[in-house]
Design a protein around this ligand. Structure first.
Ligand code: C2O
Ligand code: CU
Ligand code: CU
Length: 481
């Protein structure tokens, strides 16, 4: 295909990003109606943005791949969920209506929420019931997310589609003039097992409970084989790993470098140049990609690139480390907006120090058991048992000791931490920087973090974000007093 023809074919699809909210909604709902392109790729769906209102969860169907529709879990009729977008200082409220036919509950991952609003599986919402979430948005700008969190049934609901991005904007970030509007691209990433009947089936084997349920394709905002028409300028990609178990190695097909500007809890102090980084389930990263030197007609892929992972729990069918494309970025035109570089200084972060207490968490596995194989300090999750009691405002050092040869990505509710040390698996990486709520603990590695629960007292959680491990019991209750 020559360049002129290429530009002509894809010029039509860029209208997707110029239409109003209703046009976007349609593009979310009916990818099958999008113009067919010769490469059998699909325009990246950009989820509708909501500020609150209603979130209705139901099992239903959606056109995910070409051909037969897929049985998925929809949120307000969408697969995957709408993007919540609010300002720091807002009073966020949303009415969750559970039409799933089974219990569920929403957790606002990374958001400091009062204990009763945080989505602890103790307060599950029964099928047919509603719950009104009210959260004052008090924390800094960043890319957070939300997902289902019912006891022992999180993995299936998230796999089927119960997940969405939650963006907070604030006045500290606004003057930095980071790419915005259509140049600010949310990317909720989930791997799926593609089947010939297009079904989205969650049927883990015993081996999948141990290695995690791993797929062979990555959907971005529910879009398989996604592409995005980009201009010759800077883009901000907000990457959310909403996979059950897949650890992505994020990079580009041409090996180009990009800048990481934010992690789980918002901006880093300065942008850092990278060519790739690992992103484990639950983690987020924001990157700036510069297309201004790319000729029109060039196409390059954002991908999860291959890596070695020698473990007895690497997943038998679609192992960790498998190369998979995420998003084909097609450079289609010059930019009307001035290419702008990213400020060298983004913010100043408070540094946690002088922990007053140390707690160790042994991440253990016992293969002799049929269930409850995965444990923290030899405990299998019990909804009603308090495992740790922490004082609000104290800085503590938490040490995650992974004695298994599997990945565990450790996540806390109700507090944030800073990664202070990685023993054995190498130095702290840029994606470990800034405020975090989830950290990847490599096989046989120990990670130390400094953690503080600042905003609320009450019952919160610490768990592995490999959802099969979480459902199997690798989770404990943390009471903040
Ligand atoms: Cu994103 Cu308790 O989880
Ligand atoms: Cu094991
Ligand atoms: Cu785990």
């Amino acid at each position: 295909m020559n360049r002129r023809k290429f530009v002509k074919i894809f010029a039509g699809t860029s209208g997707l990003f110029l239409t109003g909210a209703s046009g976007l909604l349609q593009s979310c709902k009916s990818p099958a109606e999008a113009p067919i392109d010769p490469n059998q790729q699909n325009p990246l769906r950009i989820p509708t943005e909501i500020q609150g209102g209603i979130l209705n969860a139901a099992y239903g169907s959606a056109n995910v791949w070409r051909g037969p529709s897929s049985d998925v879990l929809t949120l307000n009729g969408l697969f995957t969920g709408p993007t919540v977008r609010v300002q720091k200082g807002d009073a966020f409220s949303i009415l969750f209506t559970n039409a799933l036919g089974e219990p569920s509950i929403i957790h606002w991952h990374g958001i400091n929420a009062p204990s009763g609003m945080d989505g602890h599986p103790r307060s599950t919402i029964q099928s047919g019931a509603q719950f009104s979430y009210k959260l004052p948005i008090q924390q800094r700008a960043g890319t957070y997310w939300y997902h289902a969190h019912p006891d022992a049934n999180t993995a299936k609901q998230v796999y089927k589609g119960f997940a969405g991005i939650f963006i907070i904007d604030d006045v500290e970030e606004a003057p930095l003039n980071l790419p915005s509007g259509k140049y600010d691209v949310p990317l909720l990433l989930q791997d799926k097992r593609q089947r010939s009947d297009n079904a989205v089936t969650y049927d883990p084997t015993e081996e999948d409970i141990i290695s995690g349920f791993l797929g062979n394709v990555i959907l971005a905002n529910g879009t398989p084989n996604a592409y995005l028409s980009v201009e010759q300028t800077f883009y901000r990609f907000r990457l959310v790993n909403a996979s059950n178990a897949r650890v992505f190695k994020i990079g580009f097909s041409d090996g180009r470098s990009f800048q990481i500007i934010a992690t789980d809890g918002g901006l880093l102090e300065s942008p850092m140049d990278l060519t790739n980084f690992n992103l484990s389930p639950g983690e987020r990263a924001e990157i700036i990609v510069n297309f201004s030197a790319d000729p029109i007609g060039r196409s390059l892929k954002l991908a999860s690139i291959a890596y070695d992972f020698n473990s007895s729990h690497r997943g038998s069918t679609f192992p960790q480390g498998l190369a998979m494309d995420i998003l084909d970025c097609r450079v289609v035109r010059a930019s009307a907006t001035q290419s702008k570089s990213i400020p060298a200084k983004l913010t100043t972060l408070e540094k946690l120090s002088s922990p007053i207490r140390t707690r160790t968490f042994a991440l253990t596995m016992d293969h002799s058991k049929p269930k409850g194989i995965h444990m923290i300090n030899d405990l299998v999750f019990d909804l009603n048992r308090i495992d740790e009691t922490v004082k609000q405002g104290d800085v503590e050092l938490w040490e995650f000791q992974n004695t298994a040869d599997a990945f565990h990505s450790m996540h806390v509710h109700g507090g944030q931490f800073q990664v202070s040390e990685r023993l054995y698996a190498g130095p702290i990486t840029p994606v470990d920087g800034g405020w975090k709520d989830t950290v990847l603990v490599y096989p046989n590695e120990t990670v130390r973090v400094l953690v503080r629960f600042t905003d609320y007292k009450g019952l919160f959680l610490l768990h592995c974000h490999t959802l099969e491990h979480e459902d199997d019991g690798m989770m404990i209750n943390v009471l903040v007093t």
